[in-house]
Every structure is written in structure tokens, then in C-alpha cells.
Write a protein that binds this ligand. Structure first.
Ligand code: SAM
Length: 312
């Protein structure tokens, strides 16, 4: 694999350990990427085990298809993981899945290949779609979004303090010229940004916010978590690696609600229906990488791993 094609998986050992692989089991890697987790999982699976892999990025799917040719235990589904319920139905594996993994966010090849338009460090077309076959590109969004919506999205999804100022600059410039490249956008944001942080490109937060919005990352995650629970067998495990505090909050809240923990909003004593029974048991409360891990793989810096087991 060329360097630009590689992705170093995070929490590889921990994921395999917590999934407690049943060699004859059925597993789902909902975010195949370049298959780092899938390959480790396959090493633990026996000849009758099955691994269903999903990704909405055509380049990731091409890589998954190569793996499936070499390994008949692998089945590939091209599309968003929000179709997990449909796939489960089609394959007749409802409540039969032993483990589901979500390793969220972008892969290194998506960031490293300028033509995908995710990176403020590499000039390319301003695209940012994980699935370039659907939805609108970041360039189309920038050209048409209302200024107040831009402010909201930069604030909410990028936690950008200077959202207003940056949105103003973009709105002003897009009247003069179309903003179609990553460099153009990175330059506009850098110029408008009054407070550059050490070791952080000033456009980091804005790029992150646009990417999350364009790909409906939080909406799709919320849908897929619910569907996954229906697919898991009792004793099956759900492992999620997230890279953004809001993303982690969605995962944490979902697990807490299903585990009926006291501080989950829907499970407060006053609102809990008498018949509600927990469906998940928390196995880990958010593992973070230590300094050594971050040194070995800087992608670990913001990663959080949560794992829960289906009990009902
Ligand atoms: C961090 S990478 C996964 C890396 C993978 N675990 C590995 O070891 O190579 C995230 C992958 O999830 C995919 N992805 C993100 N959101 C998705 C969604 N809603 N549906 C399907 N795939 C998605 C991205 O296209 C990307 O390939």
C-alpha cells in the first residue's frame, strides 16, 4: 500500500480485547476505512465466522472488496452505516450479531489525498464528502449557506470562538469570487482569525465543522446506534471510537440511556416507565490514549473508546 493509502488504526488491541471475539461469531465493522480493525478481527475469527464491513467512501469499499476476494468470511456493503438495519434484515442476522465496531471520523487517506478536499494543508477542490456520489460538496455549501447558519455550524460543530467574524469574511468574499479550493478557504479563515493557537492551524475548527455538517456525521451516528442495538445478540458488544467531544457525548448518552444509568436524562426516576429494563451494560467508560500511544499514533490524541454489552 502507498503511504497515502495507509491508515494506522487506533485502540487496535483494546477493540479486539473488548469485543471478546467468538471464533464462530458474526461481526460488523461499520467503518471499514482501510481495514486495520477488520484484519485484526479476522485473525481471531474461525472459518465459520462472518465479518460484514460497511463504508460509504468508494475508495474504502474498493479496498474492502480486495480483502473480500482473498477472504470469503468478508461481506462488503457499500453505503452509509445508517443502512445497518436494512443490511441486518437482508442478511437475516437480527439479534445474531456478536459485535459491532464504529471507528468514527475520517481516515488518513481521506485527509492525505488533496483531491478529496478535506485538508487545509493540501490544496485541492473544496469537497469533503466521504461519499462524493451523494449530497453537496463543501464548495456548494459555502456558496449557498446563510451567514447565520454558517455562524451556528462553526460554533456548534467546530467550537470556534470567532465564528461570527469568520463567517462574515467568507460571506463577503464569496460575493466577489467562488470559493472552490481548500487553500482559498484556509487562507480566508486564517486571515479573519484573530487568535492563532500554537501548533494548531487557524482553519482547523472551521474545516472540522464543515466536514461534520456536510456528512451529517452526528445525525447518521444517532440513527446507526439505535439500529445496531437491534442487530446485536444478547451478549453481543458495541464498541465505538469517537474523535470529537460532541460525538462522544452522543455515544455516551445513548449507552447511558440504554443502560438506564441514573444520570441519563431519559432514565430519571420520574420519567422512566415502570416496565423499562436496561438493554446494555457498560463495559468501559471512555478509554483515552496515554502519552506513549499518542506518540506512536498522533490520531489517538482525541480518541475515546466506549464499549457496552447487550443484556436484553
Ligand atoms: C477512522 S476511519 C476507519 C478506519 C478503520 N477502522 C481502519 O482501521 O482502517 C472512518 C471510516 O468511516 C467511514 N465512515 C464515516 N462515516 C460513515 C457513515 N456514516 N457510513 C459509512 N461509513 C462511514 C469513512 O469513510 C472512513 O473510511
Amino acid at each position: 500500500m502507498k503511504k497515502q493509502e495507509q491508515h494506522q488504526p487506533v485502540f487496535l488491541d483494546e477493540v479486539i480485547q473488548y469485543l471478546a471475539i467468538n471464533p464462530q461469531g458474526i461481526y460488523v465493522d461499520a467503518t471499514f476505512g482501510r481495514g486495520g480493525h477488520s484484519r485484526s478481527l479476522l485473525q481471531k475469527l474461525g472459518s465459520h465466522g462472518r465479518l460484514l464491513v460497511i463504508d460509504k467512501d468508494p475508495a474504502a469499499i474498493a479496498s474492502a472488496q480486495q480483502l473480500a476476494v482473498q477472504d470469503l468470511r468478508v461481506e462488503v456493503h457499500d453505503g452509509s452505516f445508517t443502512c445497518i438495519a436494512a443490511v441486518i434484515k437482508e442478511k437475516e442476522i437480527k439479534e445474531k450479531i456478536n459485535g459491532i465496531l464504529f471507528d468514527l471520523g475520517v481516515s488518513s487517506p481521506q485527509l492525505d489525498q488533496a483531491e478529496r478536499g478535506f485538508s487545509f494543508l493540501r490544496d485541492g477542490p473544496l469537497d469533503m464528502r466521504m461519499d462524493p456520489r451523494s449530497g453537496i460538496s463543501a464548495a456548494e455549501w459555502i456558496q449557498t449557506v446563510r451567514e447565520e447558519d454558517m455562524v451556528r455550524i462553526f460554533k456548534e460543530y467546530g467550537e470556534e470562538r470567532y465564528a461570527k467574524r469568520i463567517a462574515r469574511a467568507i460571506a463577503h468574499l464569496r460575493n466577489e469570487t467562488s470559493i472552490t479550493t481548500t487553500k482559498q478557504l484556509a487562507d480566508i479563515v486564517s486571515e479573519a482569525h484573530p487568535h492563532w493557537e500554537k501548533h494548531k492551524h487557524p482553519a482547523t475548527r472551521v474545516f472540522q465543522a464543515i466536514r461534520i455538517w456536510i456528512n451529517n456525521e452526528f445525525g447518521e451516528l444517532t440513527m446507526a446506534l439505535k439500529q445496531s442495538l437491534e442487530g446485536l445478540a444478547v451478549g453481543g458488544r458495541l464498541a465505538v471510537i469517537s474523535f470529537h467531544s460532541l460525538e462522544d457525548r452522543i455515544v455516551k448518552q445513548f449507552i447511558r440511556e440504554q443502560a438506564c444509568e441514573p444520570n441519563a436524562l431519559k432514565c430519571l426516576p420520574m420519567t422512566t416507565p415502570a416496565h423499562f429494563q436496561p438493554r446494555l451494560k457498560v463495559l468501559t467508560r471512555g478509554i483515552k490514549a496515554d502519552a506513549q500511544k499518542i506518540d506512536e499514533n498522533p490520531r489517538c490524541r482525541s480518541a475515546v473508546l466506549r464499549v457496552a454489552e447487550k443484556i436484553r
